[in-house]
Design a protein. Structure first.
Length: 175
């Protein structure tokens, strides 16, 4: 997708951080994970391919709005908040050695979708829920993954994402 290539080639971190009000470090890690870095991705049971994430128009359009300085609507701001949280935590968990998605055959359902189960943790499935339309608990799925969190929630200003990463790593036995 041309939009992803253009975003990769654009120096927009300061603009996105300033326009969105979210920390530059979070914006930088999220952009690197979503648009710039190539990843090893399980695309089906037992098959891993290296490449960029599959482009999603909604992600690039939201990113472009934040970069341009166009005011985000309330819903768009929540979507961007959850997208940044997801991409940041996902990137940090992959850096810690967790795969994007498990390639284990039993980690996939009969429809070819990776399961959200504690036996097959993956960075994508552990990361906070992405592209949410309303402020909600982005970590509610951790109960199903059996990751204890003692009421931890993603902060509205994304200031506690390193705590989210630490608690996830502890819960997964990565620390």
């Amino acid at each position: 997708m041309d939009a992803y290539r253009r975003i990769r080639e654009t120096d927009d971190l300061d603009a996105v951080a300033a326009n969105s009000g979210f920390p530059r470090e979070v914006v930088e890690v999220a952009k690197d994970n979503l648009f710039i870095r190539q990843h090893d991705v399980a695309v089906e049971p037992g098959v891993v391919r290296r490449g960029y994430f599959t482009p999603e128009t909604a992600y690039s359009e939201l990113w472009d709005r934040a970069a341009s300085g166009t005011a985000l609507t309330g819903e768009e701001r929540v979507q961007f908040w959850s997208l940044l949280a997801h991409e940041y935590v996902e990137a940090k968990l992959m850096q810690a050695g967790l795969p994007y998605k498990s390639a284990e055959p039993d980690a996939w359902n009969e429809y070819g979708v990776s399961k959200v189960e504690p036996e097959y943790p993956s960075a994508h499935n552990v990361a906070p829920k992405s592209m949410q339309s309303t402020m909600k608990d982005l970590l509610e799925h951790w109960m199903k993954l059996e990751i204890p969190r003692s009421g931890l929630r993603v902060a509205e200003d994304l200031s506690n994402l390193d705590d989210v990463v630490r608690v996830a790593k502890e819960g997964l036995g990565l620390l």
